[in-house]
Structures are given as structure tokens and as C-alpha cells.
Design a binder for this molecule. Structure first.
Ligand SMILES: [Ca+2]
Ligand SMILES: [Ca+2]
Length: 342
């Protein structure tokens, strides 16, 4: 049974209070239907084929979304984006061998905010050599000052666990290990400027395979270096095969710009994506021109001229849905905007 108590034997910094730079601000604006915490759903825009709910933010204080969470070892950690920064979805769980007891094999227990303190025993145990892949959907991992990934790992010891990150959930970059009293990693050596990642993989490195809970016991995973991710469908923004922003798209973009202007922001990363129809070269060019158009529109209207803008055209490289159906292709034709607090 993992030891859930506060322990001075977990590592030399175990009793120190670990608080990350509290420079976080975020808004609650979202173009996604699924997640609009703390907002009013203001209106719906009808497109030719589907609805997008546009959620307008309540602008409160800069720290309105930054929160302090217990780290599972008696310390605390501040996450600038608050609840949004935590992993949203479990992609796959590979239990190790030996596997943990059945009650610790529910992979959904490491999604969302840390909830061990609720007393529900809500954590996932990897098992010896096991792994789990988590996805960020309403935020994206970026390189920020200091550590960028924080694993809320329970138990007396932090079993050695390898952290890897990915843009697409297929191609992985190892960014470091957590073990002993260290539960955070810095992705600065792996991340190029403006690069965003949507997946994290944790792999147990077999440092402790004994007992009923072999391997790391994971309550939650947070992107401390994190930006809020907004996904705009290109049918709202552009006519087919065009890269000129339609006038009908401007209210949506203007609301996003108002959100950016209401908080301190360090980076805005704009990524264009297409479906798989047409040639790779055409798709890369189209997505690049569309990202540039959105970049130009937003940048001209953001009042803080110190914000760093990045724009990328990825063509069909990073689908979020199968390209076999109209609905899947529609989801893939998109522009993603990641707004990083600063
Ligand atoms: Ca999230
Ligand atoms: Ca960093």
C-alpha cells in the first residue's frame, strides 16, 4: 500500500514548498463546445454545416485561474492556468508486469486535477514497466520559464518514471525522468521556440516492482508551461481553398483578441492544419498562408506589442480525426491558437 502521509524520507526536498512562478493569467474564452469553465455561453454562430458555441469570458483578476494544489508529498505547487493545465484525456494505458491491484488500474484516475485529497484513492498505478499516454485538449504544453511538466505522484517514494512528449501522439521526445523527490521536468532542451505539444507519456522504469502497487502511482499530470488552446474551424474563417479572412469570421476573432488584451500574454502560437485531400505541398502552403492571415489579424489588434507571435503551417501532418469521412476532414481543417500567459 502506498504511504499517503507527509514524509521527510521521500527525498531531500520533500518538505520544501515547491511553488512555481505565479505569473499566470488566463481567460475562459473558448471556441470549443466541450469546455468553457467559468464563462457564459454567449451565442452560437451558425455555419453552413454546424454550430460553434462562442463562450465569452468573465474578465476577473489576473490570478483568477491560477491555483495551488497539494503535490502529494506535503508540498504545494502553483499552476498558472489552474484546472485547465491538467491532462484532459487518457489515450492508452499499458499496465506493467506485474500489474497493480485492479482498483489502481482505472486510467481515468490520473486525468484532471489532483483529487487524492478528496480521499477517494483516485490514482493510477503504472505497474512494473507500465505506461500511460495522456492528451491535453483545451491547453497545450509549451516551454516556459523553469519546469514545464509536473507529475502528481503519490506514495512514499517517487518511482523512477520517464516523461516523453509529443505533438501528435505518435512521434515522441524523451524530456527527462522523475524519481526520488523530483516530480517535475523542464522541456526547454526538447522544445523549439513556439513549439506546442498535446501529449505526454509516462513510462515506469522498473525501479520498484514489489508489492500490490508496483511502479508510479499517478494522481494527475499538469502542464505548468501551458497555454490555453482555441480551435477555429477553417469554414468559419475562410472560403474553400482561400486564405483571406471572411468578414463573418471577425466577431469570433475579435472576441479572442479581447481575451488576449485582457491579460498578460507572453506568446501566441498559431498553427494551420488541413485535411488530407490534395497534395502535401498544396496543403502545407494553404495552411501556412491561413496561419499567417490569422496571425496578421490578431497581431495588429493585440495592444501589448511585446507579445511574441509564431505561425506555422503543418498541412495534413497532424490530423485530429480520421480523414475518411466528411466529418473527420472538417475537424482536421482548422487553425489552432495557443495563448500562453506571461
Ligand atoms: Ca487541460
Ligand atoms: Ca521550461
Amino acid at each position: 500500500m502506498p504511504d499517503y502521509g507527509i514524509s521527510i524520507a521521500c527525498g531531500n526536498d520533500m518538505n520544501q514548498e515547491r511553488v512555481f512562478k505565479d505569473n499566470g493569467r488566463s481567460d475562459s474564452f473558448s471556441l470549443r463546445v466541450s469546455s468553457c469553465p467559468g464563462v457564459f455561453v454567449a451565442r452560437a454562430i451558425r455555419t453552413t454545416t454546424f454550430f460553434i458555441l462562442l463562450c465569452l469570458p468573465i474578465f476577473t483578476s489576473a490570478q483568477s485561474l491560477a491555483k495551488i494544489y497539494p503535490d502529494g508529498h506535503g508540498g504545494r505547487v502553483t499552476i498558472p492556468l489552474g484546472d485547465i493545465a491538467f491532462a484532459d484525456k487518457i489515450v492508452r494505458y499499458f499496465p506493467g508486469d506485474p500489474a497493480p491491484v485492479a482498483s489502481a488500474m482505472d486510467s481515468s484516475l490520473c486525468r484532471g486535477i489532483p483529487d487524492f485529497d478528496n480521499g477517494d484513492g483516485g490514482f493510477l498505478t503504472l505497474g512494473c514497466g507500465g505506461s500511460v499516454i495522456l492528451q491535453f485538449t483545451n491547453n497545450a504544453l509549451v516551454n516556459g520559464p523553469g519546469n514545464d511538466l509536473f507529475v502528481f505522484e503519490l506514495g512514499k517514494y517517487v518511482e523512477k518514471t520517464r516523461l516523453s512528449i509529443s505533438r501528435d501522439g505518435k512521434n515522441w521526445i524523451d524530456v527527462g525522468d522523475i524519481e526520488g523527490g523530483n516530480t517535475a521536468v523542464d522541456i526547454s532542451k526538447a522544445a523549439k521556440p513556439g513549439e506546442v505539444f498535446n501529449y505526454v507519456r509516462l513510462t515506469d522504469l522498473r525501479s520498484d516492482c514489489k508489492g500490490s502497487w508496483p511502479g508510479a502511482d499517478i494522481d494527475a499530470v499538469a502542464a505548468v508551461g501551458s497555454g490555453r488552446q482555441y480551435t477555429l474551424n477553417t469554414e468559419v474563417l475562410f472560403d474553400p481553398d482561400q486564405a483571406v479572412i471572411k468578414s463573418a469570421a471577425k466577431p469570433s476573432l475579435d472576441s479572442l483578441i479581447a481575451s488576449i488584451n485582457a491579460m498578460p500574454v507572453s506568446q501566441v502560437v498559431i498553427s494551420g492544419h488541413t485535411d488530407s485531400l490534395g497534395t502535401d505541398a498544396h496543403n502545407k502552403d494553404l495552411s501556412s498562408r491561413r496561419a499567417k492571415a490569422v496571425n496578421a489579424y490578431i497581431k495588429a489588434r493585440v495592444t501589448d506589442k511585446t507579445v511574441t507571435f509564431y505561425n506555422f503551417g503543418y498541412g495534413e501532418m497532424y490530423p485530429v480525426a480520421p480523414n475518411l469521412t466528411d466529418e473527420g476532414r472538417k475537424r482536421n481543417r482548422r487553425v489552432e491558437v495557443v495563448v500562453v500567459p506571461g
